[in-house]
Design a protein. Structure first.
Length: 406
């Protein structure tokens, strides 16, 4: 099954600093998903991966750009919302707030894919993934669009980065992003975590006892394709952790970052060799994460029973807050049903602490049949509850961010 979004080249652009939300997504929101093939597709078996494993093939330089995401704009006319739980203007931060997330450049991902491809094997899967980078097509069962940054991920990241900026550093968090891809929402949350804990670490006021009291942040980033996790998701985690973990007055020549221009919005490269080489750099980063009580796990493959078995339940010793993030995961009825099943099962098995999911989606996915109304009906039919946290009606098809609870 192939879904065409109808645009090509790089994904959501970040040139020119802070953009309005409609400028960021306007060029792609007018396109719909076209269902070109109804054949049953093969599903990849789920696998669990470590950050060390996924970064084993890290090149000596990583090209990056910085995506600047504006905070949600307060709605001007809540009364005409078709949803019962529209956001109030008091829950939205001002437009002056923004979130900066670093991501590996698509041309850099493409270059590594091409360098690793073996022309003698005629690898159809690799060819399909390269084609997906070029034209934005999703081929169900082979490539699910994880290399690109889709518009609803921006909505979710803006909400996560502003609403969760004042995290309680004394409470544990388990964050699961389903269909993560470039993982922009999780990276926005990672930045909030580093901002929250960074001052204490840099000021030298922390002790071994303090470290034990810090929140344990466990990220589980899931994408259908292992190659997306290896070439995009894991490098993005490394880029953002390294950059946002540096002191504000850091020396760029010692940080490994080599921006092409003077501002943080410019594209550039992270020179891993300047940091002692990939193996030493990754090892040092993992040690620092461990000291911060921060961990990352990654899952590839299709959703289902075996997928859920790879996500451990929180230990009962200490209350843990569960936050599930997802964007653009309900584009078709078939994908939406299994997504709802996995979502509710993850929420139900959480025993101590809060448990909620934030799901960003278009109201309607033309040509395939998915959409918010069907998703909400399925959630309620299975005993869940939902409400709208953010509604966007600025361009093309409307978009929402929903909260799902039990």
């Amino acid at each position: 099954m192939s879904f065409s979004f109808g645009f090509s080249g790089d994904d959501i652009d970040d040139e020119g600093g802070i953009h309005d939300q409609d400028t960021l997504v306007g060029d792609i929101s007018k396109y719909s998903i076209a269902d070109a093939n109804h054949e049953e597709s093969h599903t990849i078996e789920p696998r669990r991966h470590s950050l060390t494993e996924l970064l084993a093939s890290l090149p000596s330089q990583i090209s990056y750009n910085t995506l600047t995401i504006p905070a949600p704009t307060p709605p001007t006319a809540l009364a005409d919302s078709e949803y019962e739980h529209a956001p109030s203007s008091t829950s939205i931060h001002t437009q002056s707030d923004s979130i900066q997330v670093m991501r590996r450049s698509l041309f850099d991902i493409r270059a590594q894919l091409m360098a690793e491809a073996d022309p003698e094997t005629h690898d159809d899967e690799a060819d399909t993934m390269l084609a997906g980078l070029e034209n934005g097509d999703l081929t169900s069962g082979i490539y699910e669009g994880g290399f690109k940054t889709w518009e609803c991920a921006l909505d979710l990241a803006s909400l996560v980065g502003t609403q969760l900026v004042d995290l309680d550093a004394n409470q544990d968090w388990q964050v699961i992003e389903l269909g993560a891809g470039s993982a922009i929402p999780s990276l926005a949350l990672l930045r909030a975590f580093l901002t929250r804990t960074g001052r204490q670490s840099r000021d030298g006021n922390s002790t071994a006892g303090d470290a034990q009291q810090l929140a344990h942040f466990k990220f589980t980033l899931c994408d259908y394709n292992e190659e997306v996790l290896r070439l995009c998701t894991a490098p993005n985690v490394l880029l953002n952790y390294h950059y946002h973990n540096l002191p504000s007055e850091h020396d760029a020549s010692r940080s490994g970052f080599r921006p092409d221009g003077p501002g943080p919005e410019e594209e550039g490269e992270l020179d891993v060799e300047d940091l002692g080489g990939a193996e030493a750099f990754v090892s040092e980063t993992l040690q620092d994460m461990h000291a911060r009580r921060l961990s990352f796990a990654f899952l590839s493959g299709g959703w289902g029973e075996s997928f859920l078995d790879l996500i451990p339940s929180p230990k009962p010793e200490r209350p843990t807050n569960l936050l599930i993030l997802a964007s653009e995961t309900i584009y078709s009825p078939s994908s939406s049903k299994i997504f709802v099943d996995n979502l509710l099962r993850l929420l139900r098995r959480h025993r101590r602490g809060t448990a909620k999911a934030w799901v960003a989606a278009k109201k309607v996915y033309f040509g395939v049949g998915g959409g918010v109304d069907e998703f909400v009906a399925d959630i309620e039919h299975r005993g869940g509850r939902s409400k709208i946290l953010l509604e966007t009606k600025d361009t093309g098809v409307g978009r929402v961010v929903m909260e799902v609870t039990i």
